[in-house]
Design a protein around this ligand. Structure first.
Ligand code: VGL
Ligand code: ZN
Length: 251
């Protein structure tokens, strides 16, 4: 049996109804699915990685830093690497040292039962870089995470790191991982970009429909199609026998 990692993307209060500042519609529906996947009597993950969107207050993606622009508008920006790109502007979310950036409490309890099989991938820490994929984050201890360094917050970040060389890829390869199962929020942004990175880093990639939700229905649909067209496996949201499908896929 090849080794599989379980990647849990951005299950943080700011992405969850009822009070998240960027709450994903129906986002709370994924919690029981993730809870089931973290039951040690049912699943035997070699590695678990939880990602955390972890922004400074002055982050480039916040509409509040580009007044008079408003959340959900798009705007052309230049990032810390001098790259111009279209940024979707967001409400302030997942700011370091706020409750909104914390992982959901029951998820944290579940993760603690897995001891040092769990790592945290923190991303979006540089004030002038957007980072949707968990493969763009730094890997740190889940129990006692490191705060981002100066390089990771405001210094020149250097060149783009391709998925094949990213900290998460290096960590997963070190652990002998060949496959990844992805759940979390939001399908059309961080789940999508994490899946695309995983595929381009040559991991066999499954995205679990019942364990993800998106911000926009159209973009969510397009995201799933794109993942499949690039060779990823997508399990439909409505599949009641998803447990069997995932177990079969992991063999
Ligand atoms: C995300 C928008 C902004 C996500 C993060 O986790 O999908 N979306 N930052
Ligand atoms: Zn963000």
């Amino acid at each position: 049996m090849s080794k599989t990692a379980f990647l849990i993307i951005d299950v943080q209060y700011d992405f969850l109804p009822p009070s998240g500042s960027l709450a994903v519609p129906d986002g709370e529906a994924i919690l029981p699915v993730i809870h089931d996947l973290l039951d040690q009597s049912k699943w035997d993950w070699s590695v678990i990685v939880a990602s955390q969107d972890y922004h400074p207050q002055n982050h480039i993606s916040f509409a509040s830093n580009h007044s008079p622009h408003k959340p959900f508008e798009k705007m052309t920006l230049t990032d810390a690497r001098g790259t111009s790109y279209e940024q979707a502007l967001w409400p302030d979310h997942c700011i370091q040292d706020t409750r909104g950036t914390q992982l959901e409490a029951k998820l944290v309890e579940d993760l603690k039962t897995w001891g040092d099989k769990v790592k945290l991938a923190r991303k979006g820490t540089h004030e002038k870089l957007e980072a949707y994929s968990a493969f763009e984050g730094y890997i740190t201890s889940f129990q006692t995470p490191d705060e981002p360094t100066f390089e990771q917050t405001s210094a020149d970040p250097g060149k783009t790191v391709l998925p094949k060389q990213s900290p998460l890829t290096i960590y997963l390869r070190e652990k002998g991982i060949e496959k990844v199962v992805i759940v979390g929020l939001a399908t059309d942004f961080c789940v999508l970009q994490t899946a695309l990175s995983a595929i381009s880093a040559s991991f066999d990639t499954l995205v679990l429909g019942p364990g993800i939700r998106g911000i926009s229905p159209e973009d969510t649909h397009k995201a799933m199609q794109r993942i499949e067209s690039l060779g990823g496996t997508v399990v439909d949201k409505g599949k009641e026998n998803w447990t069997d499908i995932v177990k079969q896929w992991m063999k």
